[in-house]
Structure formats: C-alpha cells, structure tokens
Design a protein. Sequence first.
Length: 399
Amino acid sequence: MSRPAATTKLESISRCIEARQGVTVLVIALIAGCDLPGSAPCEATGPNGQVVTNTNIGGWPAELSWRELWRAGGLNETEVLVRPADVSVSPDGSVAIADWGSAEVILLGPDGEWRGAVTTRGEGPGEVQAPVAVTWVDANTLVILDVNAFQMVTLDLVSRSASVTPVDPAFLSPVFAAGQVRFVALQPDRTVWLEFPGPIVDGWEDRSFVRWSPDRPGNDTIMWSRARGFAGVTLAAWPRSLLGVGAEIWVVSDPDGRYKLEVFDRDGTSLVRFCHTADALPLSPAERGEGTDAEMPGGWQDTLRKLGEPPNPAIISRIVVDLDGRIWAQRDRPAPGAFGGHGAPGAMYDVFLPSGRFLGSIRLPDEQRLMEARGRRVWTLHTGALGEFAIVALEIDGF
C-alpha cells in the first residue's frame, strides 16, 4: 500500500444550527467563517510536506429538515425483515437487502414497493445460506457474499440465472470461527473486506482489516490496530483504526483517535489526507460502567469500571462512504454490548466530500441507522419498539 502523495489541512470552523421543522430535529453544523470557543485548526501532513487549507467552506443551508419518502418492512405482516445485514442501492434507486436472519436477498423498488425475495435458503444455484453483504454490479446484476457457504453468488435479475465464485476459506474462516461479523464490505468488482478478530490479552485485542479478491488470490492485510475490549467485542470509546469502503475509494482513520482520515483509491494509492476540528462526545454512563442498561450483559459494569476511562475518547466510531463518494464520519458511539455494525441509532454524522472538504453535520432521526446515501436521499435501518426492522428512505429538504 503506497503512502500519501498529497496532504490536506482543514481549518473547519463550525456553528450549530437547530432546524425544527416537521417532527424531526435536524442539527446542521455549517462553516460560517467564525471561531468557536476552544476550537483550533487541525493539521494533516504528508511525506512531501504539502498542506492544503480549507477555510470558509460553503456549507449546507441552515434551514434543513428530514422528509420521509417511504418505508418497507416494520409491522407489515407481508413485508418481513428478520435480521437485515446489508443494503445496496442500484442506479435507479432499487434497494437490495441481504437479510441474514431469513437467509434471503429481498428487493424493493425505487419507491419502496416490496418486490420480494430474489434468492431462497439452500445450497443450490441462486440459493444462499447466510447472506451478509450485497452490491449492485449494474442495474440488473447483484453480487451476494454468503459467509456460510464460503462463496459469492452473482445473480442476473433479468434471466434469474446465477453463478458462483468460491471465496478462500482461509479468508473467511477467522470470522466464521469467531461467530461474529463486525465489519464486512463488498465492492462491485467482487473485492471483499472483513475485520479479523484477534486474541484478547489484558483487555486489549489486535484487530485487522483484510481484503480478498478472486483476481488477487491471498489475503491482503490493509491495517491493524489495538482495540480495547472483552467478551469478544470492542469498546467504541477507546480509539482505534476505522475503515469505510465505497465503490471506488476506501477511507481509514487515525488509530490514536485524532480526527484525521486518509482516502485511497482502489489500488491503494493515497489520494488525500484531511482532518477536522471536533472534540469527542462525553462518555455516557454506560461507557463508564455506571447505572443500568438492559442491553448490557450482566457483570459488564464492574469490568468497565476496572478498565477505567480512555485518556482520549474516540471522536468518531464509524465511517461510511456513500454512492457519491462522500464520507460520513459517525460521532455518536454505540453503547457497550450493543451491536455496532450499523452504527449507533439516531447518530450525528460529519459529512465530507471525497476531497476532504467539510460539508456539514447531520443527526439521523431516532432509532435509525445510516445504510446508504446519494444526493439528498438517505436510506436507513429503523428498529421499532417491538424489535421489528424497516428500511426507510429519507430526503433532506432545504437544498
């Protein structure tokens, strides 16, 4: 993997504006050309010493609100989602859902109409056992990663024909043996990305991000970092390297928790480094091991108190690269013990252009997790009060 060829310095000065329109409170942080108390410019330097500074960036408009376009699933008895693992959006807005719980891939039309499963559970052609990731190759072709069968299934939706590409068992085995998929990404060129768990010693675990492609046999370890954790999970409050993967680029964060990110192209060539001025959100009572949390396994409070608090809490906890190549950095952290693969519900995101320029910050509606975005449209996973799942299409009004 080549080292950075260019470096960006961002002096991002923001002010927060609350737009209360409709039923959702949307918080937008705009570049306003004025200093926030206590804010300081950030610096990202590269081997060639180049620094690019962005100030007074044109931000998103102040008066923005969410508008729900449609939702599928939920309590609708004819639209059942058991455990959605991944969502992919086609060029025309159709949505493919890899439902790990039902062992199906389900298709929604551009307006949310339920078109039903395009695969079934099984071991035959076009069947899957445990779909954990799905992506569109083109408007009529899906690729599905079936982690149990150690294969990718390519499905032609017009002819309903399917072909199978074996995936190296040595690549999938560490995740399969651990019984958990903490991070997975599938690109249209059939490159698969996984986060490998490692042994936990004295509360620290070595976790690595590894990719594999049928065109490049062999596991390619992109990066690794130490993560604070126990009982097979990592604690989001402790900084570590994070990864976001899009169709054309991938993004990594600084392992020591500083708000610095680096963007790479498909071949691993560094395109830009950038940073942002922001502080970590305060630790929650659950992260301190205080109070009670119904989702937290018994005895975790004592363990968290013994581990203590991180000297520098993580500023971001997740990176998503959307269909436009924009970079969404999640600020809120999932609670200890909660599955964080889809991010924290109702989280705040800082949004950047692929160039590293800051656009603004936006908070999702309650109990919704970011799955995909393009233009003004955002697709989320909503968890209802009864634990039911729905896919929701939102649009940002005000542009």
